[in-house]
Design a protein around this ligand. Sequence first.
Ligand SMILES: [Mg+2]
Length: 316
Amino acid sequence: MASSATTTPAAGPRTAPPASHAERLRALRESAYRIRTHALNMAEVQGQGYVGQALGVADVLAVVYKDVLNHRPEDPEWPGRDRLLLSIGHYAIALYAALAEAGVLDTAELETYGSDGSRLPMSGMATYTPGMEISGGSLGHGLGIAAGLGLGLRHQGSRAHVYNLLSDGELDEGSTWEAALACAHHGLDNVTAIVDVNALQADGPTNGVLRTEPVTDKWKAFGWHAVRVDGNDVDALVAAFDSLRTHRGSPSVLVCDTRVGRGVPMLETREKAHFLRVEEHEWQIARDQLTERCHAECADRHADRNAATADEEHTV
Ligand SMILES: [Mg+2]
């Protein structure tokens, strides 16, 4: 496995609250960068894979694992934990990267991704991997499991929350909408769906395969509290999850618009991005582009923040 072009901050579970909102966002952006780097490194082992989706959903997973979930990385089976159900089994590469960032998996184990005997198969398997709550891959089943878990936890008096990360392709599945009805019927406010709307699925652009828009209105019509956000905007994601924490009385859904390949310009524009094949010499280029983009965006935000601070001082 090749190493990143630059030294990155140490990964690990959240141990102390950030000193400020700006610091909180900075830490989450760094987590998303490491998740993307892990995903590129894992995909390089295979020479191909679902790395475009992993890059796209990295910001969502960084916020979820480092800022939202109440869990114990050293004890993934802790009964009181919040659950994240990955029903899109082919996104396993993204979840492994996030589990490593969260401290559930050892980063060194990521090198075994997709290899014989590995605990990290290319499609997520609950019995193989610590922190993998369900086996995914047959799409459209995650929300039904979330409904059952939500009911069970409520009966037990548990305060644990159930999240289901599903794709826009899973909105093609009737079982998803049956489960949505059930969650709303039972008033499961301990269930939150997170929909990765990357506008792409295996057979092509989502709006060409089966039109699902307006997605947010559909969830609302099914009785859900629905919020839509730019899934590659960490600030917006944090605000959205913060707002959902206080919602009661119905299940909630966060519709996240993401971009396949986000953070690596060379891959953002590649055709047939559902399953990317990347030439051997391109992996380091991809890592370099990721680092460049990350540094440029951080510099832009730093400049914006300084300008905002100067304005505030000027008006005081
Ligand atoms: Mg999709």
